[in-house]
Ligand binder design. Structure first.
Ligand code: ADP
Length: 484
């Protein structure tokens, strides 16, 4: 049974190369709804040859695309934004169906995803250069920024729409062409966005989209010298392997990898705000975001009150199929994810953690796990060092500010961190001492197209969104001009 959409043609199963849809008539990738286990579609499974054909198309389309004025590229991106906005309901339903997040969250993601197209279209017009006083009396120096060329983008399943537009929007705005491989778990959103991109006027070859055999496609792109940049969001292990392989043709890389976010609550915090923030930072997307709080560090004086309130709020979250009715939390993406979450909780409990609520998978179909809060997190537990990527809030009690900062920084990850305090001195000390690319102070809502998203340490390289996001797709060129 097909998903009911106002625009049924948004549900695609092909690969899109050089402006043409290749049908799903041979090998396929099966896409299922993680809430129901039902098959949503079977998408063409591409391999090395098609990956190469996609680069042929992107390479051929590059000269004309980069020659267009920024204003022309911007108006196409703006039309794509308008189409995403007009079809937000369909896109959100498709997203919930293949990914599982509640429909309200999916609508939020579609608006967030579309915002990158609007933002980068606007930024395209502001790719300014410089003039530098010459080093000789008869010399003038110009600095310009040019598109890096063909970009390969590989994206994950947790934000099936937004992770695409924040790469593709920036790349297209800069004058690059793109070959994109979305996650095999959530290709339908990517293909729907592709339909709208074509409708918006993105020319043939400028955006090519396929999924299938991820290592084969990735290898074809990595080995190809015409691909000048790889932008990836996904696991740290895969990101490191791709970064090493990109060195073979000295591609630029942008890597958005895993986090292990600390969420610090000091005694002087506004308790209500901290509980609201923790709910959002932990349970949004069923805990499956790279900026989700993974370790909740709570100062001794506020610990018990915070734990009690958070547990009550978590226990009240409505868990269910996002398309079946209002819910606060959906399923995990697959059985592997569910098993990992169970393993983390079992390991923590075996090492002395105390369960306040949750701690079980939910009966029935779908990969549902109860929103969970536990206390007594300690350094030897898997939750402390690995990204749980699930709805488990693990609290650790601390004494002093120095201890909190040391615990927070004791990880190889460096993506997002959060701290709640009303002390101005502490705000400065802690936000500067945290070894993270992003810090939320008294807020958990840090993701926006206007700010630079990205990490340090093992969490990656580069920034997405903001005026910095387009820089990752531009090379600097310096022209020395004799002035005689
Ligand atoms: P996650 O744990 O979020 O699934 P992955 O790193 O496994 O993270 O996946 C992120 C993206 O990377 C997906 O699109 C996936 O298909 C792709 N991917 C995984 N392994 C490889 C690989 N060896 N080469 C290229 N892409 C890969």
């Amino acid at each position: 049974r097909r998903l009911a959409l106002k625009r049924p043609d948004l549900l695609r199963d092909g690969a899109y190369v050089n402006g043409r849809w290749l049908a799903a008539d041979g090998d396929v990738v099966t896409v299922t709804n993680p809430a129901t286990g039902r098959v949503l579609g079977q998408v063409r499974r591409s391999g090395r040859d098609e990956a190469r054909a996609a680069v042929d198309a992107a390479h051929a389309a590059l000269p004309a695309w980069r020659r267009r004025t920024a204003k022309e590229r911007a108006s196409i991106l703006r039309r794509w934004f308008d189409l995403m906005t007009a079809h937000a309901d369909d896109l959100a339903r498709l997203l919930t169906a293949e990914q599982g997040k509640p429909l309200a969250e999916a609508k939020g993601e579609i608006a967030y995803a579309a915002s990158f197209l609007e933002w980068f279209g606007e930024e395209a017009k502001r790719v300014y250069g410089e003039t530098i006083p010459g080093h000789r009396a008869d010399a003038r120096i110009l600095v310009t920024r040019q598109p890096v060329g063909v970009v390969a983008a590989i994206t994950p399943w947790n934000f099936p729409a937004a992770m695409i537009t924040r790469k593709v929007g920036a790349a297209l705005a800069a004058g690059c062409t793109v070959v994109l491989k979305p996650s095999e778990l959530t290709p339908l959103s990517a293909l729907a966005l592709t339909v709208l991109a074509a409708e918006a006027g993105v020319p043939a070859g400028v955006l090519n989209v396929l999924c299938g055999d991820a290592p084969a496609i990735g290898d074809a792109w990595l080995e190809d010298g015409r691909v000048r940049k790889l932008t990836f969001t996904g696991s740290t292990a895969v990101g490191k392997r791709l970064t090493a392989a990109a060195a073979g043709t000295m591609k630029r890389v942008s890597m958005e990898l895993g986090g292990n976010a600390p969420f610090i609550v000091f005694d002087d915090a506004d308790l209500d705000a901290a509980v609201d923030g923790a709910l959002l930072a932990k349970f949004r997307n069923t805990g499956q975001t790279c900026v989700c709080a993974n370790r909740l560090l709570v100062q001794a004086g506020i610990h018990d009150a915070f734990a009690e309130r958070l547990a009550a709020r978590a226990a009240a979250l409505v868990v269910g199929d996002g398309l079946a009715g209002p819910s606060d939390q959906g399923p995990l993406i697959n059985d592997e994810a569910l098993t990992k979450v169970e393993g983390h909780v079992e390991d923590a409990l075996a090492q002395g953690a105390i369960l306040l609520t949750g701690g079980t998978r939910l009966d029935g179909i779908g990969h549902f796990y109860a929103p969970t809060v536990l206390t007594g997190l300690s350094a030897g537990m898997r939750i402390a060092t690995e990204e749980t990527f699930g709805p488990v809030a693990a609290l650790q009690r601390f004494g002093t500010e120095d201890e909190a900062v040391a615990l927070a920084n004791d990880t190889t990850a460096g993506l997002a961190a959060y701290a709640y305090t009303r002390d101005l001195g502490r705000f400065w000390r802690v936000s500067e001492a945290l070894d993270y690319g992003m810090v939320g102070i008294n807020t958990a809502g840090i993701s926006t197209e206007v700010a630079p998203f990205g990490g340090i340490k093992d969490s990656g390289l580069g920034r997405e969104g903001s005026r910095h996001g387009i820089e990752d797709y531009l090379d600097i060129k310096y022209v020395c001009v004799g002035a005689v």
